[in-house]
Design a protein around this ligand. Structure first.
Ligand code: UD1
Ligand code: CA
Length: 456
């Protein structure tokens, strides 16, 4: 049985941000959400999240995870002080406590499992995760004896020059026998460079403490500033891309592509260069996305193509071709076998199957049927300066080039709109509508005008 505590009360001063550090986003999820996800498969009996700096914002951002209990650390006096706040919540608890820093977004569940196992098999009072880093700067250094028993943890700021040479660092993941830790916690002191109560001081007072090295040190990068955030992003991207390539997705020039780990791809999807896939997007088999496209929170069916285009908060059915230069701005549902073309912007619009919007159009707040042909330069005038109004277009209807549809308006099924029309009234099924001035030709007009101008 294990209880988990995640430290998320700090401000994260080194981020130089108004956003609490643990809410910074990394590949589609906040830092703290990632840590929470990493412990989920361990099925902890309780999960305590220690919040403090902008506690309400942190709570609001992760309130959907119902199994969390929030513990407030109203002033942030260090990681040891943060864990002291657990004392009233865990009185009488006899099991183990797994503690994780909230700024540790890449830790793997397997690693945590291994730590717990070592802890339990050796009946340690505490077991901590360590790593040997090429550049240990900023991390607490861990000093062990030849049996891997931790003797001392010294924060970077408190290290002597000699101590600083030690590359074995504290990852910020600890497993404690809770009752041993609970005895030590009230006696922590803040005798250090930062005048903080360090959890690392408690570690060496609880009894037998063992260190376990992480296999892949990239897992334990702690995010203190934006440089580390960028480093972690790169590591995460490599992981995500490897996963999809192994699963049968082609990434053309992977270094120029970014993929959130909330995205789902099916086999035989092809992602072309300079393409970015974000949020809860799903792309089905046979689709080809890019080059130069952004897909965010959108679902794309089988064999869809997207070229130099943006698709946000939208769904697209099978075989539809999008781009180049299409912008699906949000709340767009496109049917199967459609063509959306050059310089076309759609917003809050539903389109039936096999409908084309091929060139230079804006369609907003519209419902459009199947097998419709929207002519080049067709625009819905959906906004009167105060309110947005709907446009409805039936099946098999066609608009001529440069049509303006002044909403609210409904065009029936099988309607033809003459090119250059400004349509202001509803049009019934099976009709031609011409809504423009009739052309006037005046033969001989030019020569007469010139003759009159040349007279003295
Ligand atoms: C900490 C460790 C260091 C380790 C490193 C790993 C201590 C004293 N040092 O240093 O040995 O190498 O992590 O990344 O623990 N927090 C609170 N309340 C506080 C202070 C911090 O909840 O009063 C939270 C922060 O939000 C953060 C975590 O604790 O998620 C770690 O704090 P941080 O200031 O980043 O510690 P480091 O200096 O990185
Ligand atoms: Ca840190």
């Amino acid at each position: 049985m294990v209880v988990v505590a995640i430290l998320a009360a700090g401000r994260g001063t080194r981020m130089k941000s108004s956003l609490p550090k643990v809410l910074h986003s990394l590949g589609g999820r906040s830092l703290v959400e990632r840590v929470i996800k990493s412990v989920e498969p361990l099925s902890p009996s309780r999960q305590l999240l220690i919040v403090g700096y902008q506690a309400e914002a942190v709570k609001a951002a992760i309130q959907t995870i119902s199994s969390l209990e929030f513990v407030e650390q109203t002033v942030q006096l260090g990681t040891g002080h943060a864990i002291q706040q657990l004392l009233p919540h865990l009185t009488g608890y006899t099991g183990d406590l797994l503690v994780l820093n909230g700024d540790l977004p890449l830790i793997r569940t397997d690693t945590l499992q291994k730590l717990l196992q070592t802890h339990q098999e050796n009946q340690n009072a505490a077991t901590i995760l360590t790593a040997n880093l090429p550049d240990p700067k900023g991390y607490g250094r861990v000093f062990c004896n030849s049996e891997n028993i931790v003797q001392q943890i010294v924060e970077d700021k408190d290290c002597t020059t000699a101590q600083r040479q030690n590359r074995r660092i504290n990852a910020g993941v600890y497993c404690f026998r809770w009752h041993n830790l609970a005895e030590v916690l009230p006696h922590l002191e803040a005798n250090n460079a930062q005048k903080e109560y360090y959890l690392t001081d408690a570690v060496t007072q609880v009894g037998k403490v063992m260190a376990v090295d992480v296999e892949d040190y990239q897992e334990i990068v702690g995010i203190n500033d934006r440089l580390q955030l960028a480093t972690a992003y790169e590591i995460l991207q490599t992981r995500i891309k490897e996963k999809w390539m192994v699963a049968g997705v082609t990434l053309v020039d992977p270094n120029s592509i970014t993929i959130d780990d909330t995205v789902e791809l099916q086999s035989d999807v092809i992602i072309e260069p300079q393409t970015h896939l974000r949020g809860n997007s799903i792309i089905q088999t046979g689709s080809r996305i890019g080059p130069g496209s952004l897909i965010e929170n959108s679902q794309l069916g089988e064999n869809v193509t997207v070229l130099y285009s943006v698709v946000i908060n939208s769904t697209v059915q099978a075989r539809t071709q999008i781009g180049p230069y299409t912008n699906l701005r949000g709340q767009v549902q496109v049917g199967a076998g459609c063509r959306l073309g050059n310089f076309v912007e759609l917003k809050n619009t539903q389109i039936g199957d096999r409908t084309n919007v091929a060139h230079l159009s804006y369609l907003g707040d519209s419902t459009i049927g199947s097998r419709v042909n929207i002519g080049a330069g067709t625009i819905t005038a959906n906004y009167d300066g105060v309110k947005k109004h709907p446009t409805k277009i039936g099946d098999r209807t066609g608009t001529g080039s440069n049509t303006t549809l002044v909403a609210p308006i409904t065009l029936g099924n099988d309607v033809y709109v003459a090119a250059g029309s400004t349509v202001t009234e509803d049009v019934p099924d099976d009709s031609l509508v011409i809504a423009r001035e009739r052309q006037v030709i005046k033969p001989g007009w030019v020569s007469k005008k010139r003759a009159s101008q040349s007279q003295p």
